[in-house]
Each structure stands twice: as structure tokens, then as C-alpha cells.
Design a protein around this ligand. Structure first.
Ligand code: ZN
Length: 273
């Protein structure tokens, strides 16, 4: 599933192709991808609009249009936005095709069909769903401590909670708690100040590094030019991609299930205490 670094990469690499382009039309290969408004209204409101910019918030893309609307895209489990010439053959699993002027097209490819598009006039509903952005300057260790205070849920589950922190998912949560040497089952509110500080630093370091590597192409994530990211080559534990043994102590990496999510960790380096 695309997480913050993947969605940030999509935004960065889509921007130069689409900003200033006019949307000449949208072909909905699968109408269910539009969640709001009705398909008819979606098509009539989006057609003819110019794309002014793209912002990311958490795992959401917010594409600003010239009529004041925003096209909100969430890639969910398996979505990808691929830029291609208008003449290109649509890839397999394409659900929507955004036709731009000057001969460009954006394919919304989504094998598992969880991805969504919404056309809205304000983005407040996204703000209400999300906690702080982990890479913003105002996201300090003290802010993370505040978000975790009093929470009894496992730290792994809290990092996945988009209201605690926006944009982190299963892969980067596993990487962060491993790097911070914190057991994924530890109650979030029970971490020491030192542990929170370490975790805060590792979350930011790992997310920045993953953006530099253009995201992790496990599963179906692709960059807008159709190529893969390389962040997964840096994984120490996530998805079991770091191997069976711990990079630090050489002990076995174990897979457990924390609140329904597969979680890889080193029991020796990340003890329960
Ligand atoms: Zn270890």
C-alpha cells in the first residue's frame, strides 16, 4: 500500500506533467472509482478545468483546479497514477483515464479497486481525519509524546492510526519501531521520553530516506513514469524484505500479528521489557 513516501513521490513526479494542463475529459472505465459527487456531476464539473497544483496530506493527493474544486485521489491498496502520451495503450487494470491537453494522459491503474476519486469544493474533511504531518518542522518529539500520552494500544497500531500521525502505514511503522528498538506491542503511552525521542527521529529519517529513494515498490506501487521506486532495498524488517536475521544482532526476525497487521520485528533488539 502506498504510504507517505510513495504518495509524496507521485505528487513530485506528477507535478511537472500536469500543472498548467487543461482536463479535456475523463473516461471512467470503472465508475465506482468516483465516490463524490455523482458520476454525471463529476464529469461535467471536472471537464475543461485547468490543474493549478498538487498537494499531499497524509496519503491523500489534493489536485487544485481552476474552478476552485479539488480532485482528491487516494491510492489505497494498489492504486497508481501513470503519465503517458494520449496515443498510449491503457495498461491492464486501468479504472479511469484523465485526458489532458497537449497530448498527455494520466491513467489511474488499480488492480484491487480500493482507490478513490472525489471532487470537492473544500478539503476540510481531510484535515479532520488526520493527525500531524511527520515531516513538517512543527512535528517535534514533544508533539509525538502528546499524541501517544495515555494511549494503551500497541505503538505499532498507534503509528498506523492516521489521527495520531498522518501518512505512516505498515511498512514504515515496522521500520521505525525496529530502528528505535521498541517492541511493537508496547503501549504507546508507556514509552519513556527517550524512546519517544528516538522513535520520532527514526520516523523522520526513514520517511526522508524513502522519499529520496522514490518510494518502495513492494506489490503494485509505480512512479508516474511507470518505473519502480527503490526504498524497499533499504528495508531492515518490513514485509520480511530485510531477510530472516536481524541486521544488528543476527537473531531471527519474527512475524507477529498486531491488531490484524503482519508485523516484523527482532524480539532480542526490541524486547518487551
Ligand atoms: Zn536484533
Amino acid at each position: 500500500m502506498p504510504e507517505l513516501p510513495e504518495v509524496e513521490t507521485v505528487k513530485n513526479e506528477l507535478l511537472p506533467h500536469v500543472v498548467g494542463r487543461r482536463i479535456e475529459g475523463v473516461t471512467l472505465v470503472w465508475e465506482g472509482i468516483v465516490k463524490e459527487p455523482s458520476v454525471e456531476e463529476f464529469l461535467s464539473r471536472i471537464t475543461g478545468q485547468m490543474i493549478l497544483g498538487i498537494k499531499r496530506r497524509g496519503k491523500y493527493l489534493m489536485i487544485a483546479l481552476s474552478n476552485g474544486d479539488y480532485l482528491i485521489v487516494h491510492l489505497k491498496m494498489s492504486g497508481a497514477l501513470i503519465v503517458a502520451p494520449d496515443s498510449a495503450e491503457p495498461p491492464k487494470y486501468v479504472r479511469a483515464i484523465i485526458h489532458l491537453d497537449e497530448g498527455k494522459t494520466v491513467f489511474f491503474r488499480d488492480p484491487r479497486k480500493f482507490g478513490i476519486m472525489r471532487l470537492v469544493s473544500d478539503v476540510d474533511f481531510i484535515e479532520k481525519k488526520l493527525g500531524p504531518e511527520p515531516l513538517e518542522d512543527d512535528f517535534t518529539a514533544a508533539v509525538l509524546a502528546q499524541r501517544l500520552a495515555g494511549r494503551t494500544a500497541p505503538i505499532k497500531a498507534l503509528l498506523l492510526d492516521q489521527k495520531v500521525l498522518a501518512g505512516v502505514g505498515n511498512m514504515y511503522a515496522d521500520e521505525a519501531v525496529y530502528a528505535a528498538r521498541i517492541n511493537p506491542w508496547r503501549p504507546g503511552g508507556g514509552l519513556t521520553r527517550g524512546e519517544v525521542k528516538r522513535l520520532h527521529g527514526e520516523i523522520r529519517r526513514i520517511l526522508w530516506a524513502a522519499i529520496e529513494n522514490r518510494g518502495a515498490s513492494v506489490d503494485t506501487y509505480f512512479r508516474p513514469d511507470g518505473s519502480q521506486g527503490s526504498a524497499h532495498y533499504q528495508f531492515k524488517v518490513a514485509h520480511g524484505l530485510g531477510g530472516d536475521t536481524c541486521h544488528v544482532c543476527g537473531g531471527p526476525i519474527e512475524r507477529v500479528v498486531v491488531r490484524n497487521r503482519g508485523t516484523y520485528h527482532c524480539p532480542k533488539c526490541q524486547p518487551m521489557k
